[in-house]
Design a binder for this molecule. Sequence first.
Ligand code: FE2
Ligand code: FE2
Length: 472
Amino acid sequence: MTPEELVIKLIRRGINVSPEALELLRDLDEELLDRIVDRYSEVVVLEERHVKQFLESDESDVEPPALPSLPDEFVIERDPTNLGVEGKVDEFVRLMQYRFNKLREVLMERMHVEPLPIGMINGGNRKNGDKVVIIGMIMEKRYYQDRTIRVELDDDTGSTQVYFPYGNEVWEIVDRIPVDSVVAITGVITGNRVIGEKVHLPDVNGGERNRAEVPVKVALLSDIHIGSKYFNEKKFRKFLEWLSSDEANDVRYLIIGGDLIDGIGVYPNQEEELLIPDIYEQYKKAAELLQEIPDRVRVIYIPGNHEPVRQAEPQPKVPKKYVEPLLDALPDMIMLGNPAVFRVLGVRFYVYHGRSLNAVFKLVPGLQPVKPRTVVESMRWLIKLRHLAPIWGEHPISPESIDWLLIDEVPDVLHTGHVHVYGVGEYKGIRIVNSGTFEEETPYIRSLGIKVTVGKVPIVDLSNLEVKIKEF
Ligand SMILES: [Fe+2]
Ligand SMILES: [Fe+2]
């Protein structure tokens, strides 16, 4: 690796390097280099003393931990790794182009049409009254006094304004579609604008979803918040007891969709809500509890916004240094980033912590208040828009080289958490589950007017995608 390549590699991981450190790193093999980068992933500038410290410590001799071997029935399809950006405007443009191109493909495939490039609407022999199909990203939505909606729609060739007069069915749909969505619009040319007649979302086709041949079950958890004063340990222990009982014999997997621990410094004054004000101690407590999980159950763990990893999505998996006690208790635990896509016995899971749901509740009309029905409805929107975080700018998203948050394959199960309200539903055969919480109402949640659902655990049967809620 040349020094330039080395610098780029480090910058991609968000690390600057001093010239002296660079000299030392040049001579190391890549595997050792990766371990140094992992070890110092949080320093702003990697200096000579860090590299020397590492090389002189025992850490450099220790073999990297072996990844748990995966059973044949478990296949990872997507796990955000090698993340990092340089903070240039181009990266944002690249991400939006990636998203637009993928979703345009989805729309074209579903509608079997070749859309007209927006830049050509007023070109050629086109005249008033001609019908057009265009695909673009909604950049802006405006409401006029008579409630007509004007949508500014962009593709890579140009921009146009599409008008949806109030009072018909398509208006109702457009009213609910959030900005940044990629849609297809059928409309009629009128002057230099388009009057919209129909609108199509990327969406999925109905049909048979994948199922396992055996009735293996998966328990879905999230938002346990160990370390918080409001964590309901009693109910959680009851769940763990049940998991070890004969009744739970066919539960073979347990997914933790983030917020396993409460973390520290997640929001101002959070320390006032902590029973365990130290992240390492929180993981120790988590290990003490989760060691009760029987051997037949494999745990899959992704981070949420309370885990000690970067807040911008996609998030990498939690660094090993925090979870060591947990890995001692559960050596077979599979740790992935957020979001993660994997198959269990052929059934495809999209697991996403669910931070974007806040924006969906806020910006899509009709989704208030947050309760089991609206949680499911907001998750249906994610599928219809084929994106886990469809609205830009409401929570941090990193413009990586690909869009990790796209729903580019059709899920069989979509699992989120974050809102602390469980919800179980279905959309075109896809099982939708939000896994609720084990944390009682916090002052923050109370201020949002949300009624949390504590200790309700959805259990999915992979042979028919049916869900039973176990209450503890
Ligand atoms: Fe949470
Ligand atoms: Fe969360």
